[in-house]
Design a protein around this ligand. Structure first.
Ligand SMILES: CC(C)(COP(=O)(O)OP(=O)(O)OC[C@H]1O[C@@H](n2cnc3c(N)ncnc32)[C@H](O)[C@@H]1OP(=O)(O)O)[C@@H](O)C(=O)NCCC(=O)NCCS
Length: 148
């Protein structure tokens, strides 16, 4: 993988990561509204968030990951289209998982669209299983009072 390097994500990577995750066809999307949001997230989740960059220091891939101390959650994993199939996604994912392992987190979870075959192939090839039992529910807490 000549010319491609990995380092921990910094809050200043917000613009580059935002651009990567909003390139169009992508399932990934960086939800942080600002660099400050990302800074707080990174402070709470050290060693788990990484970027890949080229020789010109241009960010070409990123992985966003957190833990609640029970599980690790991978939110975004994205590699610039022109750099795909060179093992960068796999390396980013491994760094995030190693970050989780530092804290003894025993299980990682990643949710994505079922039709995301590229990611599915990658995960299955590396021993991940698709959950038959678990369903993924979501609710929007940003609108008004929330009642269960
Ligand atoms: C998923 C993604 C991150 C993979 O990144 P990548 O750098 O291309 O992945 P890698 O080169 O490390 O590939 C690792 C393995 O995944 C599988 N894989 C990845 N892309 C694949 C594709 N297009 N077709 C088939 N298998 C694929 C292969 O098994 C591959 O190993 P191989 O190249 O030795 O056969 C990249 O395709 C991407 O950014 N997709 C858009 C964003 C996205 O959907 N992210 C996931 C949800 S957040």
């Amino acid at each position: 993988m000549s010319g491609v390097h990995l380092r921990l994500m910094a809050a200043s990577d917000w613009d580059a990561c935002k651009a990567l995750t909003t390139m169009g066809d992508e399932a990934a999307q960086l939800d942080f509204a600002s660099q400050d949001d990302l800074r707080r997230f990174l402070a709470r989740n050290p060693f788990m968030n990484w970027v890949a960059y080229d020789d010109a220091s241009r960010v070409i891939g990123c992985v966003l990951c957190s833990t609640d101390s029970l599980r690790g959650y991978i939110y975004d994993l994205v590699v610039e289209p022109t750099h795909r199939r060179q093992g960068i996604g796999e390396q980013l994912l491994n760094r995030a998982l190693q970050g989780l392992q530092k804290f003894g987190i025993p299980r990682a979870v990643m949710t994505t669209a079922r039709k995301n075959h590229k990611l599915g192939l990658m995960l299955v090839e590396h021993g991940w299983q698709i959950s038959e039992e678990l369903a993924f529910y979501t609710t929007d807490l940003s609108i008004g009072t929330h009642q269960v």
